[in-house]
Design a binder for this molecule. Structure first.
Ligand SMILES: [Zn+2]
Length: 314
């Protein structure tokens, strides 16, 4: 009986020892896992969020870096830049520079009146100032027409405005027209701005009637000073004087006028008469003198031309 009891005891102890060992081993293993587990778990968690954003950022960054590439597409917008440059260069070159050049080198201070021209050809320019009107101007035109003589009429702007049809008739019959200010002003008494206004308003009136202005200008009373000359040059006006003053405006008789003409005539002469106004508003002597001048000078071999034609004969 004792042997069986000993055997049973040994068997129980061995199982107990085995269980003890198994427990310790397993316990030791468990404590190691719990000790390392959480620490490794935290580190695993922390990095995981950071990779997410970093993963997103790099994605966005490439997107941004891809966008700059498209933004360079505005590079095409830089190409247009050069294109406007060439177009801009030609624009300024033609207009301002060329127009300014003549004005600058212009005759601003050298525009002196032309009194006559030097020519060997027997050419003469008859000129009639202050018109148009509806009484004397037509009578002068009839005489000129009879002798097929061409003349130049220096017109007053306000008369042009009143009698546009007479202005048209003058031009239609082959005569030239010039600017004689708006109100027959004494230009040297005016400011340059006022003198300019006298010229430009008359030129506008002529443009309104004829579709174009004139570059021929005659100062009332022949009165000019440096300011008037400068303004005329700036306006592109040529100042036209005269070499023979018939003094018809003062009431000279046809005989007196003829004596004056015979004495002073030469090829290239410019003769001054009027087609409106005069002493007492009577220009009957002018009409008769014009008839005699045409008769006499044509017999002498002279040809009556307009001022532009005379200037062209220089
Ligand atoms: Zn006048």
């Amino acid at each position: 009986m004792k042997k069986r009891k000993v055997f049973r005891l040994r068997y129980v102890l061995m199982i107990a020892l085995g269980l003890f060992i198994a427990y310790n081993v397993s316990h030791a293993l468990l404590t190691k896992e719990t000790a390392t587990g959480p620490s490794s778990g935290e580190t695993a968690v922390t990095p995981s969020p950071s990779p997410v954003p970093t993963a997103n950022e790099p994605e966005k960054k490439p997107e941004k870096s891809a966008r700059p590439d498209p933004t360079p597409t505005p590079d095409p917008t830089r190409k247009p830049d050069p294109t406007p440059d060439p177009t801009a260069t030609p624009d300024p070159t033609p207009t301002p520079q060329t127009t300014k050049a003549p004005q600058g080198g212009g005759t601003a201070n050298t525009a002196s009146p032309i009194y006559s021209i030097s020519t060997k050809n027997k050419l003469v320019a008859l000129t009639f100032d202050d018109g148009p009107d509806l009484h004397w101007t037509p009578q002068v035109l009839e005489v000129l027409s009879k002798y097929n003589a061409k003349a130049t009429f220096f017109l007053v702007g306000r008369q042009v405005d009143k009698y546009p049809d007479m202005v048209k008739r003058i031009v239609d019959e082959g005569h030239a027209v010039g600017n004689h200010t708006w109100s027959h002003a004494q230009l040297p008494k005016l400011t340059p701005e006022q003198a300019r206004e006298q010229m430009t308003s008359t030129d506008e009136a002529l443009k309104k009637v004829l579709g174009k202005g004139t570059y021929l200008f005659r100062a009332p009373y022949g009165a000019v000073n440096d300011n008037v000359k400068a303004v005329a040059a700036q306006q592109g006006q040529l100042i036209i004087g005269w070499s023979i003053d018939t003094k018809d405006w003062a009431g000279s008789t046809p005989d007196q006028i003829m004596n004056n003409v015979k004495q002073h005539i030469h090829p290239g002469s410019i003769i001054l008469q009027h087609s409106f106004g005069g002493k007492g508003g009577d220009l009957s002597n002018t009409v008769e003198a014009t008839r005699r001048i045409c008769e006499y000078l044509q017999a002498q071999g002279y040809q009556f031309v307009t001022v532009p034609e005379l200037l062209a004969a220089k």
